[in-house]
Write a protein that binds this ligand. Structure first.
Ligand code: SF4
Length: 125
C-alpha cells in the first residue's frame, strides 16, 4: 500500500512575543519536527490570524492535504482559519489538525506533535 502523503506543519508563534512560548526553544522545536517527524515541511509563521497570514494560507494550502498547525487553542484555530480553508476547498474539521503547544517545553511540544501524527496514521519512527 502506498504511504500516505506527508502533511504540512505550520507553527504560529503569536508575533514571537507571546509568553506562551517562553518555555520552549522555537527553533529547536521546528527543526526537530521537520527533520525527525513525517511532515512534508515545517515552517514558523509570526501571526497566521492576521491578513497576511490569511494570504499565506490561501497561497500555500493544497486541496487534499492535511495541515497540522501548532499554536493556540484548537477552538480558536477553527474560527480563525475557517475562511482560508474554505477558499482552498479544504474541510477545516477534517483537514486541519490544530495543536495547542502554549506553555510547553520543547520536548513536550515535540511529543505532542509526534503523538498527533501517530493518532492520524502517520508512520512515526
Ligand atoms: S493564530 Fe493563534 S497563535 Fe497564531 S497569532 Fe493568532 S492567536 Fe496567536
Amino acid at each position: 500500500m502506498a504511504e500516505k502523503p506527508k502533511p504540512a506543519f505550520l507553527f504560529c508563534v503569536c508575533t514571537g512575543k507571546c509568553p506562551g512560548f517562553e518555555k520552549m526553544d522555537i527553533w529547536d522545536f521546528i527543526n526537530r519536527v521537520r527533520l525527525e517527524l513525517p511532515v512534508a515541511y515545517g515552517i514558523i509563521h509570526p501571526q497566521l490570524c492576521e491578513e497576511d497570514g490569511d494570504r499565506y494560507l490561501e497561497s500555500t494550502l493544497e486541496k487534499g492535504s492535511k495541515v497540522f498547525i501548532a499554536g493556540c487553542a484548537p477552538a480558536m484555530q477553527y474560527k480563525l482559519f475557517r475562511d482560508s480553508f474554505e477558499k482552498r476547498e479544504l474541510d477545516i474539521m477534517s483537514d486541519l489538525i490544530p495543536l495547542d503547544v502554549r506553555d510547553m517545553t520543547t520536548d513536550d511540544a515535540f511529543d505532542k506533535v509526534a503523538n498527533a501524527l501517530k493518532e492520524h496514521g502517520y508512520n512515526v519512527l
